[in-house]
Design a protein around this ligand. Sequence first.
Ligand SMILES: Nc1ncnc2c1ncn2[C@@H]1O[C@H](COP(=O)(O)OP(=O)(O)O)[C@@H](O)[C@H]1O
Ligand SMILES: [Mg+2]
Length: 247
Amino acid sequence: MDILLRGKNLTRRWGGLVAVNNVSLDLERGKVHAVIGTNGAGKSTLINLLSGEFPPSSGQVELIGQDVSQWPQPRRARAGLGRSYQRNTIYPSFSVLENCRLSAQAQHQQAWAFWRQAETDPTTQNLGQEAAVRVGLVDVLDRQAGFLSHGQKRQLEIAMCLATCPQVLLLDEPLAGMGAEETERMLALLQELKKEHAILLVEHDMDAVFRIADRITVMVNGNVIASGTPDEVRNNPDVRNAYLGDH
Ligand SMILES: Nc1ncnc2c1ncn2[C@@H]1O[C@H](COP(=O)(O)OP(=O)(O)O)[C@@H](O)[C@H]1O
Ligand SMILES: [Mg+2]
């Protein structure tokens, strides 16, 4: 097994509230690991703990065999941890390509001689372009991001994440608000991306989750109540009671 990211006994408290309670999970290259649960279950908090947005109250994170628990988010990102956010983070007045290039630039900044012109740096230009092409935005590279369709904006967010050359992708509700056709395109993209990456997918669209996930973790009030293959989770009585509804 090629485990790229490992969360170990992660807990996060907000005052008296335990948003994430002793959660462990492994992300493997070649696999989509979905995390599902109702609003407030702790899914986004879990992503934030893994990505280093804020520290856990307790627990550890291992990235490609290294303990990164004390590393802030930018350092984890440089070590191969990519993420998208639940809310849109694109620059609407910049083109698709510029958005991707800026993302690559932010990532590689430190490796750069500062006197070089960012706009003409071939490395970030190429990384940005490759990422945009990869997600299927090749025909709209020069379009202002604000004028993209909703689905294209979500594709762009994935491209911006890919432009940082991650090994692990943490995706927070990438299908939110998408129509059927856009959803299909995104699922095909995730199938393609998982060949090279380990993917954590937080998603509410259960049809999509059960189709694409290799493993599913179910959270309720910060706790994992079940984790397993889609079949195991579908047939788990606790999950049916607590979450899926008995249908
Ligand atoms: N910054 C914060 N400060 C205080 N409470 C928070 C904060 N972020 C999240 N929470 C709380 O933690 C719980 C889990 O939230 P979240 O991880 O966003 O859930 P989900 O993504 O599953 O909807 C919720 O009760 C939420 O109100
Ligand atoms: Mg959330």
